[in-house]
Design a protein around this ligand. Structure first.
Ligand SMILES: [Zn+2]
Ligand SMILES: [Zn+2]
Length: 143
C-alpha cells in the first residue's frame, strides 16, 4: 500500500496541489478498489471527519481527469473508481450481486483485442466487461 508521502508524490506528479481531501480520496480508492462514490465518501469521512459529498465528487473528478484514478461504470451499476490505471485491464462483473474483479489484458498490451474492422481509427484501448456469475453466487445457487 502506498504511504501518505507516495500519495503526495502522485499528486505533484500530475501538477495537482496536495490537499487533505485529495490524499484521503486517493487512499480510499487504493484501499477499496472498484468502490462506488458512497463507499469512498464513507472512507474519507472516517479519515477526515465531515467532508461534503460535493467535495468528494470534485476530487474524484479531478483525480480521474489527471489520470490517477480510473472511472468505470458497468451497465446497471453506479460509477466506480479504481487506482489501477493505464494498463487496459478489464472487468468481470457478477450479474447477480454486482461483484467486480480485475481481469488482465487478454494479450498483455493495449489494445488487447484487434478490431475486425478499425474503420481507419487508431485504436489504443479496448474496454471489455465479462458478464457472468461470481463464485459465491454460483455456490449459493447450487446449494
Ligand atoms: Zn455474485
Ligand atoms: Zn479494475
Amino acid at each position: 500500500m502506498p504511504t501518505p508521502t507516495d500519495y503526495e508524490r502522485m499528486l505533484r506528479g500530475v501538477a495537482l496541489r496536495v490537499t487533505r481531501p485529495r490524499v484521503a480520496v486517493l487512499a480510499a480508492v487504493y484501499d477499496h478498489p472498484h468502490a462506488d462514490t458512497d463507499s469512498i465518501i464513507g472512507a474519507v469521512r472516517e479519515d477526515l471527519g465531515d467532508v461534503s459529498h460535493q467535495a468528494v465528487y470534485d476530487v474524484l473528478k479531478a483525480l480521474t481527469v489527471a489520470g490517477l484514478l480510473r472511472r468505470i461504470q458497468p451497465l446497471g451499476s453506479v460509477a466506480r473508481y479504481e487506482s489501477r490505471v493505464g494498463d487496459n485491464h478489464h472487468h468481470a462483473v457478477c450479474r447477480s450481486c454486482g461483484a467486480i474483479a480485475d481481469v488482465d489484458c487478454a494479450v498483455g498490451h493495449a489494445p488487447c483485442l484487434t478490431a475486425a474492422d478499425d474503420h481507419g481509427f487508431t485504436i489504443d484501448e479496448a474496454e471489455v466487461i465479462y458478464w457472468g456469475t461470481c463464485s459465491s453466487c454460483t455456490a449459493a445457487q447450487s446449494s
